[in-house]
Design a protein around this ligand. Structure first.
Ligand code: SF4
Length: 146
C-alpha cells in the first residue's frame, strides 16, 4: 500500500533526525522514514491535507494540519518538485526530483513559517539528497525522539 504524503512532508522527511512533537509522533515518523530509507522503491501517493504523518500528531497539542498556511506550503513545495495531488511515485523518484529541482537555500523561503526551519536540518537534508539520493540513517540516540 502506498504511503500517503502531503506536499510539505516530502521535504520534512529529508530533515528528520528523530525528534518531533511527541514520542508517538516520532515513533510513527520513524517507521515511515525507515520504510522509505530502507525500501526506496516504496510507492508514495501525494494527497491533499492530513496524511500518514499527520495522523500521529498529538491530540493534546494545537494541530496546524488544516491551517491555510500549511496548505499553501504543500502547494508551493509540490510546484517546486514538479508534482501534484494525486500523483504516485516511488520514493526514489521523489528524491531524484528533489535533487534536481530544490536547492538547500530554497527551504528558507518555502518554509518561512515553520518552527523547525531555523535549526537548518531540512536545508542539510536537501543538500544531502542532492549528493547521495538516499535518506541518511537516523542518529543512534533518540531514534523515537521530529
Ligand atoms: S522547515 Fe519545517 S515544513 Fe520545511 S521541510 Fe523542514 S520541517 Fe518541513
Amino acid at each position: 500500500m502506498a504511503v500517503k504524503l502531503r506536499g510539505h512532508h516530502l521535504l520534512c522527511l529529508l530533515g528528520y533526525r528523530g525528534k518531533g512533537y511527541s514520542d508517538g509522533f516520532c515513533a510513527n515518523m520513524t517507521e515511515i522514514y525507515e520504510t522509505l530509507r530502507l525500501h526506496p522503491e516504496t510507492e508514495i501517493e501525494v494527497i491533499d491535507g492530513p496524511d500518514d504523518i499527520c495522523r500521529a500528531f498529538p491530540t493534546d497539542q494545537h494541530a496546524h494540519c488544516r491551517n491555510d498556511s500549511v496548505y499553501r506550503k504543500d502547494g508551493d513545495i509540490l510546484a517546486q518538485v514538479g508534482m501534484a495531488v494525486g500523483d504516485r511515485s516511488s520514493w526514489s523518484g521523489v528524491l531524484e526530483r528533489v535533487a534536481v529541482r530544490v536547492r538547500p537555500e530554497d527551504i528558507r523561503s518555502l518554509c518561512s513559517d515553520c518552527r523547525w526551519e531555523p535549526y537548518g536540518l531540512c536545508k542539510e537534508g536537501v543538500a544531502h539528497i542532492r549528493g547521495s539520493r538516499e535518506l541518511r540513517p537516523l542518529p543512534d540516540t533518540n531514534q523515537t525522539g521530529e
